[in-house]
Design a protein around this ligand. Sequence first.
Ligand code: SER
Length: 325
Amino acid sequence: MDNAILITGFNGEIGRQTLLSLSKKEIPIIALDINESDIKYNNVVYIKDSILNQSVITSIFNDYNIIEVYHFAALLSQSANNNPELAHEVNEEGSQLIINSAMSHGIKNESFIKIFFPSSIAVYGPRKLKNAKELDIIKPQTIYGCNKLAIEQFGTQRHEESIELGFGIDFRCLRFPGIISPYTIPSGGTTDFAPQMLHAAYNNERYTCKVDSATTLPFLGIKNAVEAILQIMVIPNIDSKLRAFNVQETNLNPKEIIAELQKEFPKFIVDYDIDSKFQSIADTWPENLNCDEATKKWNFVNNQNKNIIFEEYLIPEIKKHYGKH
Ligand code: SER
């Protein structure tokens, strides 16, 4: 049986760029998503189905020797709030199914299956922390944050059981802040205002922001987000009970984002129409993350510079991206 990598939710913002990077490896990739793919890579087997379909998950693990799993399929924070039952099913039950299937596969093959799980700043709360560390107060105030925390804990527990058994899963997790991608315009999240503003500014569109101008949140460009995923997965052994690590590039509020964007797009205009569904969530998420653990474990670089992410990455890259279309 061939070794293979499983990626779920590959059509999402992070999944899409991770699949692009993984597709460069010389190993078959099984890519599962509820939506059809619009890009086809040669070494990828595409499966259009739900992570809740147990028989599909079982047959993937029966048909391939899965050695790594990247599990992105999820509802984001606002979508989860709008549909809590579906969020519980997809974000928790679906993730448990993937973790348990990988664990059984590892035990059967007497090996450890590496699993990457994207957690979120949504695990923090109830009040806005500064320089939040992994073990600071984590009392999530949203369905989405509760789902993420439940899976961090479930995966960590399965990881501990695997160590005891000598086989099973090797669970690895990053707590992502808001992700900014020059390639896609996200929806369904609370941190979406940052990438949405970037795309609106480039496209000469006026933007209405749903959180107030001083709402500061941590962010990470998609390139460094994918880089962090590849880095945490390549470490042979993370010798630590801590399985979920903070990563961020810088922290920003709408006012600062607008100032950065207006340097390049001086006509960019933003109106505010505060939506309590967004504001009340953003107010429980940290202002910035302490990334010392990630720096210790794999030299994660957290440069903190608010200009660099725009000037050296997002603006040149969005121009290249739209230039192509
Ligand atoms: N970016 C996500 C959201 O806003 C948080 O992880 O829902």
